[in-house]
Design a binder for this molecule. Structure first.
Ligand code: 26V
Length: 835
């Protein structure tokens, strides 16, 4: 199903001067800054304060509002164009959108960056400082949420009539701090100040009915059965600016509130608590993002959040469909709904319910339309992350949905029995209902059965999904299964994050790469061009120095920009194997302790990432990394040669600072466990070399660049599976002296003198309990790859050659390519240009 280049981005708007651009955006002769410019007016009239006394935060708000003013006409026009043209539209449903900051990205996509930079200079405004005032919108846990954000950028850039639907969490992913080496969590109150990028639309609120009410009891959220209630979803819209500013799509985030604010009678008679109970309970529905990306056991609030997203979004999109279409039978010709993982899988029974109960269609037609409209993306094979909800939750909260699900299942199983008579094992595996003492609804099965397409996010992942995780379903519906390898937006991750490298690339091959990343291929010959290699090295050095300065000013930490920046950033998970990386550094440390005169290029190892608050082992891994860092820092023998930095509070903005400055990207998951990875792609585009296992999209990246330009090591996914039976971590402990010494360093409390026994659970995982993620199996080959890598770094020209070839081969990993494939293979939608 390959699709290259059928939809392409129009030629960019010529970079006109600022005044012309403003005119094109519908701002007429209004200047941006200056006495009666947009910025100055906002500064004065939004604050009503002496101009000199207006603090940085308010200055940022005025700036963002003036950029929003510039795009507002175009935003309106985009909506109007869609209404007029009535094209088939895409709706991307996701519980997470990890947006990061919006201002700089919007300015760049509007092509206003040179103009804004120039005006800021004239007005003596420190633009970087201003932009740093914007908090990250951290409405996601990690890769899945960031992918959704990159997809929005690509859909708008490709001029697709698309919309994102999500939740407006008042608190995003928690803030991480490190105390004494341990992770601590704080609430992320990112909406404390008004957010200039959101527009509330109370007039478009949606009402939804549940068969229960909710109450807050001792701080926890509880369903009260048998007392039906109504909730309100208030939409908050955010502009999604396509590159060139032609299309401005919408991300609509729902906030929950009670339908009637509170019972005034009750309130006046003095029962304040009871009067406010419903309002409080309803409001807490969208209060906070779930910070665990591997399990949802027992989290009833999460279940209601998921239904709330689905019910609000479907009501909204059906309303929009009905405005311009009289005939329900056209639904699937006008609407494509993508389910980002199973989190919005209740869209299956909800859409059926609407078609059956509100549109009064017959089952067969309703079912056909539902399946044609919906498609599902799987993002993980980890069994503990596959959602299964207790059947009795549906019974108490959504009885009609349960009825519908059971009817879907009855028909499914009848069909499966017809096709595979007597194969009850298979029937058990395909069933949407997991039988047992507590019956459960398998959301992945529901999503696959109720949609027309199921995709994984990298070739190996799609293959494993099809042949192992849901094998029997894939045998029932083979035509539904496909692959869509992830991608990332080159606007944010190269053009915005790495201006020096972007400039060097544009200098060599022109700027078409910004919207056609395959054009990076034209860089290949430049690997042999000495002056381009120098330009690459200069850009890398500039990014490293800038990162070092940024780190010094924000945290006081001093790092050496001439050391190798070796980076491992992502959520902390056993399968991602930060522990394997820590073992590698422990081995290197031991080598220096044993041989203090060893000559080596100085290295700085960066780690960053959050652990789910309840994931104890992940938190212990953070502690280990920090203690190892402390021990190394305190050891005069290694000082200046080896350093570990654990950067707290990993977020989109930190990634934007760090990735351009990286020399080495660690992608070292146990093969078969990382669905795709997307930071791997960001590093590649920014000219870091990858040391990694054959997992997820890293396999395809190495294929694209040639394995000789990668540092691949370790067991393959097949080998991981086939060695499970006999793998014995003790063998490595007993037969590999460096492995043993590294483990002993940890187990001996050398790193935890004041807290003996702290790391005992690591011994349990790595040895006693059999090392499920096979760290020890891969340590030796990791060290081999590491040696090759350092040898190459000692040859700066050869290193630059490989880095440039990596950049040149990264074109395939643009989210524009991915979205193009979704548009053609799954959604059947076409661009709808805004005049
Ligand atoms: C799962 C759960 C389980 C229930 C509680 C809340 C929650 C929140 C998030 C998740 C998602 C886990 C899956 C995930 O993030 N997968 C990542 O998706 C990336 C984009 O496709 C991919 O690059 C990563 O390899 C994959 O781990």
């Amino acid at each position: 199903m390959s699709t290259k280049g059928i939809i392409s981005v129009d030629e960019q708007w010529t970079k006109a001067d600022g005044a012309k651009l403003l005119k094109q955006y519908g701002c007429g002769p209004i200047p941006f800054m200056g006495a009666d410019g947009l910025y100055d007016r906002h500064l004065l009239f939004d604050n009503i304060k002496d101009l000199a006394a207006i603090p940085g935060r308010e200055r940022y708000e005025a700036f963002a509002r003036s950029v929003r003013d510039v795009l507002s006409q175009r935003w309106l026009l985009t909506g109007k164009t869609y209404e007029r043209e009535n094209p088939k539209r895409v709706y991307y449903l996701s519980m997470e959108f990890l947006l990061g900051r919006s201002s700089a990205s919007n300015v760049i996509n509007l092509l206003l960056d040179p103009f804004v930079a120039q005006t800021a200079k004239q007005k003596d405004i420190d633009l970087l400082c201003l932009l740093e005032q914007e908090p990250d919108a951290g409405l996601g846990n990690g890769g899945l949420g960031r992918l959704a954000a990159c997809f929005l950028d690509s859909m708008a850039t490709l001029q697709l009539p698309a919309m994102g639907y999500g939740l407006r969490y008042e608190f995003g992913i928690f803030k991480q701090s490190i105390e004494d080496g341990w992770q601590h969590e704080q609430g992320d109150n990112w909406l404390r100040h008004p957010d200039p990028w959101e527009v509330a639309r109370p007039d478009e609120a949606v009402e939804l009915k549940l068969n229960c009410s909710f109450e807050l009891q001792g701080g926890s959220f509880r369903a009260v059965p048998g007392r039906p209630s109504t909730l309100l979803g208030i939409p908050y819209d955010r502009p999604v600016v396509g590159y060139g500013g032609k299309t401005i799509n919408t991300l609509r985030l729902w906030a929950a509130t009670a339908s009637n604010s509170f019972d005034f009678q009750e309130f006046s008679s003095g029962d304040f608590a009871s009067a406010l109970a419903d309002t409080l309970a309803a409001g807490s529905l969208t209060r906070v993002l779930y910070p665990d990306d591997s399990t949802s056991k027992g989290q009833g609030l999460r279940f209601v959040q998921e239904y709330f997203l689905v019910a609000c979004s479907l009501a909204d999109l059906v309303r929009r469909f009905r405005k311009t279409n009289a005939d329900w039978s056209e639904l699937a010709d006008k609407v494509a709904i993508q389910l980002n993982d199973t989190h919005p899988a209740m869209a299956v029974p909800e859409l059926l319910r609407i078609l059956l109960d509100e549109a009064h269609l017959e089952w067969d037609q309703a079912w056909d339309l539902t399946r044609k409209a919906l498609a599902y993306t799987n993002h993980t094979l980890l069994p503990e992350a596959l959602e299964k909800w207790p059947l009795y939750w549906f019974e108490t909260m959504l009885p009609r949905h349960l009825e519908i699900i059971l009817e879907i299942n009855r028909r499914l199983l009848d069909d499966a029995r017809d096709r595979f008579p007597g194969d009850e094992k298979r029937i058990e595996r395909v069933s949407i209902v997991e039988e047992g003492a507590a019956r459960k609804i398998r959301m992945a099965n529901l999503a696959i059965v109720g949609s027309h397409a199921t995709n994984g996010v990298a070739a190996i992942h799609s293959e494993l999904l099809r042949t192992t995780t849901v094998k029997e379903l894939a045998e029932l519906f083979p035509e539904r299964f496909n692959n869509k390898t992830n991608g990332v937006t080159p606007r944010r991750w190269l053009l915005l994050a790495n201006p020096a490298l972007a400039h060097a690339i544009t200098g060599a091959i022109g700027n078409v790469w910004v919207t056609d990343l395959d054009k990076l291929n034209n860089l290949k010959p430049f690997a042999e061009n000495a002056s381009f290699r120098a330009a690459f090295r200069d850009a890398k050095h500039e990014a490293k120095s800038q990162f070092a300065n940024w780190l010094k000013t924000t945290s006081g930490q001093v790092i050496d920009p001439n050391s190798i920046f070796d980076v491992h950033v992502k959520r902390i998970h056993e399968y991602k194997r930060q522990l394997l990386n820590a073992l590698r550094v422990a081995v290197l440390y031991n080598r220096l302790r044993e041989n203090p005169d060893l000559q080596m290029i100085p290295r700085t190892f960066f780690f960053a990432g959050k652990a789910a608050p309840a994931y104890r082992l992940a938190k212990l891994i953070i502690k280990l990394i920090n203690n190892l860092a402390g021990t190394i820092d305190g050891d005069p023998v290694v000082r200046g040669r080896l350093k570990i930095v654990f950067l707290p509070e990993y977020c989109v903005s930190l990634a934007e600072h760090l990735i351009p400055a990286s020399d080495v990207s660690n992608q070292i998951s146990t093969a078969g466990y990382e669905a795709s990875g997307t930071s791997n792609m960001k590093f590649m585009m920014n000219g870091a070399l990858t040391i990694g296992t054959r997992d997820g999209a890293t396999i395809e990246m190495a294929e694209a660049a040639g394995e000789e330009n990668f540092f691949m090591f370790g067991l393959t996914a097949d080998q991981v599976v086939s060695s499970r039976g006999w793998y014995n971590p003790y063998w490595h402990y007993e037969n590999e002296p460096e492995t043993r010494a590294a483990l002993d360093l940890i187990f001996s409390d050398y790193l935890s003198r004041n807290e003996p026994g702290t790391f005992a659970p690591l011994r349990d995982t790595l040895l006693t309990h059999g090392d499920f993620y096979m760290h020890l199996a891969d340590l030796k080959s990791y060290l081999d790859a590491d040696r090759r890598l350092v040898e190459l770094y000692a040859q700066p020209d050869d290193w630059a050659r490989k880095a440039i070839l990596n950049i040149a081969s990264s074109g395939r990993f643009s989210s524009d390519r991915t979205i193009n494939e979704y548009a053609i293979d799954i959604w059947n939608v076409k661009p709808c240009p805004v005049p």
